[in-house]
Design a protein. Structure first.
Length: 118
C-alpha cells in the first residue's frame, strides 16, 4: 500500500501522505492541509477536510476526529502548505468536489459520488 494518495479536486489534484502515528512529536510543526478519510471499494473518500497553521498542534486532539470516526473515517492524510491562500483555496476546492459528510462550511449539497443531498 502506498503511503500517499493523489486526491482530485475541481481545480486539480493534491498529493496527501498518510499519517501512521498522530502525535505532536511525530507530526511536523508546520502549516498544511489534512483530511480524515474512509476506505471504500472505490478507494479513499474524505469525511472531513481541513487546514491548520500548525499540523502538530491541530491534529492530535482534533475535535472532529471522533465525529469523523463515527462516520467511517479510519485514517488521517495531510501535506504541508506554507501559503495561507493556497491552503484555503485547496480546502474549498476539495470540499466543493467531495462534499465531505463532516464539513459544514463550503458545502455544495451533493458529492461527486452522489452521496449527501443536504
Amino acid at each position: 500500500m502506498a503511503d500517499f494518495i493523489d486526491v482530485p479536486g475541481r481545480l486539480g489534484s493534491y498529493r496527501y501522505w498518510q499519517l501512521a502515528n498522530v502525535s505532536a512529536t511525530t507530526i511536523q510543526a508546520v502549516a498544511g492541509n489534512y483530511m480524515f478519510m474512509r476506505l471504500t471499494n472505490a478507494g479513499w473518500v474524505p469525511i472531513y477536510v481541513g487546514i491548520a497553521n500548525d499540523l502538530s498542534e491541530r491534529l492530535p486532539s482534533h475535535d472532529m476526529w471522533p465525529v469523523a470516526q463515527r462516520n467511517g473515517a479510519t485514517a488521517i492524510f495531510a501535506h504541508t502548505q506554507s501559503s495561507d491562500l493556497a491552503r484555503i483555496s485547496e480546502e474549498r476546492d476539495l470540499i466543493a468536489y467531495w462534499n465531505p459528510s463532516c464539513n459544514t462550511q463550503h458545502r455544495t449539497g451533493q458529492s461527486i459520488l452522489g452521496g449527501y443531498k443536504g
